[in-house]
Design a protein around this ligand. Structure first.
Ligand SMILES: *[C@@H]1O[C@H](CO)[C@@H](O)[C@H](O)[C@H]1NC(C)=O
Ligand SMILES: *[C@@H]1O[C@H](CO)[C@@H](O)[C@H](O)[C@H]1NC(C)=O
Ligand SMILES: *[C@@H]1O[C@H](CO)[C@@H](O)[C@H](O)[C@H]1NC(C)=O
Length: 497
């Protein structure tokens, strides 16, 4: 029921107070979660992640194999099915985290549906730091699944280990992280690295780390090509696409979130209500991204503010999460508009609103449902999870036609956005790599186009959902992953062909 969503619970407040909203969000989860939060807060240990590590932690039996490597047939485990130890940042809430969840949940359901996996599935936390907020917000069935899979026994010598993270976290880790594989590359039967990058190549250290693996799984043909071109052994690179939860992100199952929500940043002329402009706009654009240059928010703001004005019945919603940076998005947007000298149209600014609170996963579909189009002029994506979620929700998407999205975005199911050129990444760990510079002019044209030709936009959205169900549903992806694991088991002799 939409009325029970935590976002709505805070909506009636006409003069939003951020601190109070956040507090309400925090109180919304069930009691157990609050108890966990209190426990974390009261802990004298400055690192709450130790608590989460105990929940999802490295298995002692895995970290310290009691027996020497078993010789054929002499192990206590002989005769048991081999196991798959999936190591990923399951409690971090980041991109690898949600991707890993989608795989293990799909594999678990696949096995339960009697598709008969020939292996036991087990998980451990690895890579990025745990986020208590994310763990608390997880639905109970996911927590139960985590406890069950974390408790599953898995002997390294009979394991296919999947290291699902940024290669810097792989054994030996380049920073403080639980390594994967836990004891190096000799103990497991087979080791797979799952990773991806958003630029045109892979750095030499990452190439070296990839080549230590028995196989490297990447999500798209774009990555197969960039990894191989950069020096990763061609024979090791395997495309394994990402799943999107088409059951959860199903427009038929959700009611649109009543708008407006969030805080207006650019207010149309004549709007007297500072925070509560309640005029429902006729066409709603939605963008979802982490606050970093790579996401092309500058191109989006420029295109939107230049193409539309207060006379257009449109609004752009930005659902932004912080990325190692200060979270005063609204101030930064104002500064950007001022510094770039975008001229205010005669009819005033077109409306932009920032959704400045944490939107729980459970409320995301109703947010997508409230939009008419999704837009992301990104400079590079590994996969583009919000894009496929929007597509599963049957939204027409306008997304840069480069990197990850080329795997699924076509002119039939969306609006591929042209890039002007490839350009240097100017800072961060990928400095010197190339990424796309999306075309602001083409973006303006496409945004105008979907507002004008809504019929076409809707039919592309419909096709988008069909494509997502056909190619990336959890069942289909589980079958792909189970097949690849089966191949690995056969290669190592853990299963007969
Ligand atoms: C273990 O298996 C390999 C091949 O599968 C075989 O060559 C070897 O003799 C076996 N060792 C023992 C101790 O059975
Ligand atoms: C999108 O990019 C792919 C891969 O580079 C290319 O084959 C395709 O033609 C592009 N689509 C459009 C509409 O430009
Ligand atoms: C399990 O292994 C058997 C042979 O060892 C094979 O025929 C079967 O296809 C495998 N099942 C799956 C789901 O891969």
């Amino acid at each position: 029921m939409p009325g029970s969503s935590p976002i709505q619970a805070v909506q009636p407040d006409p003069k939003p107070n951020n601190r109070r909203r956040r507090l309400l969000f925090f109180l919304a989860p069930p009691l157990l979660a609050v108890a966990v939060a209190l426990l974390l807060g009261a802990s004298t240990n400055p690192l709450p992640r130790h608590f989460l590590r105990r929940i999802l932690g490295s298995k002692p039996s895995v970290l310290r194999p009691e027996a020497p490597r078993p010789v054929n047939g002499t192990s206590r485990d002989a005769g048991r099915p081999p196991c798959v130890l999936w190591m990923a940042p399951f409690a971090s809430g980041g991109g690898y985290c949600s991707e890993a969840w989608s795989y293990v949940a799909a594999l678990d359901a696949h096995a339960a549906a009697g598709a008969g996996n020939n292996f036991t599935l087990s998980i451990a936390h690895h890579g990025d730091l745990e986020s208590p907020e994310f763990w608390i917000g997880l639905p109970e069935p996911s927590k139960d699944l985590a406890y069950r899979l974390a408790a599953a026994r898995c002997e390294l010598s009979r394991a296919v280990v999947i290291c699902h993270s940024e290669p810097g976290a792989w054994y030996p880790p380049m920073y403080e992280a639980l390594p994967c594989p836990p004891t190096g590359y000799r103990d497991p039967a087979f080791v797979i690295g799952r990773t991806m990058f958003e630029t045109d190549h892979v750095s030499p250290e990452h190439v070296r780390r990839c080549n230590q693996m028995d196989a490297v799984w990447v999500p798209t043909d774009f990555h197969v090509s960039t990894f191989v071109k950069s020096g990763v052994d061609r024979a090791k690179v395997v495309k394994v696409v990402q799943a999107v939860d088409v059951e959860f992100f199903d427009p038929a199952k959700h009611v649109a979130l009543p708008l407006p929500i969030g805080v207006p940043v650019m207010v149309p002329e004549g709007s007297t209500l500072e925070h509560g402009d309640s005029k429902g706009r006729n066409f709603v654009f939605l963008s979802v991204f982490k606050w970093e240059q790579r996401k092309g928010w500058d191109v989006l703001l420029r295109a939107f503010l230049q193409e539309f004005s207060g006379a257009d019945d449109v609004v752009l919603y930005l659902l932004i999460s912080a990325y190692h940076s200060d979270t005063n998005f609204i101030g930064q947007i104002h500064r950007f508009v001022k510094e770039t000298g975008i001229k205010e149209p005669v009819d005033g600014w077109a409306e932009i609103r920032v959704i400045n609170e944490h939107v729980p996963q459970s409320a995301l579909p109703s947010l997508y449902k409230a939009a008419d189009a999704f837009v992301l002029p990104t400079r590079g994506e590994g996969w583009g999870r919000p894009v496929v979620e929007a597509m599963a929700m049957a939204l027409p998407v306008i997304v840069t036609n480069w990197s990850g999205p080329t795997e699924y975005l076509t002119e039939e199911n969306g609006y591929p956005l042209d890039m002007d050129r490839l350009t240097d990444v100017t800072d961060g760990p990928f400095k010197g790599h190339l990424c796309a510079e999306p075309s602001a002019d083409h973006l303006r044209a496409l945004m105008r186009h979907v507002v004008v030709d809504r019929e076409e936009a809707r039919s592309k959205g419909k096709k988008a959902r069909e494509d997502m169900m056909e190619r990336f549903s959890p069942e289909i992806v589980a079958r792909i992953v189970a097949d690849k694991i089966q191949q690995a088991l056969v290669n190592t002799g853990l299963t007969e062909d």
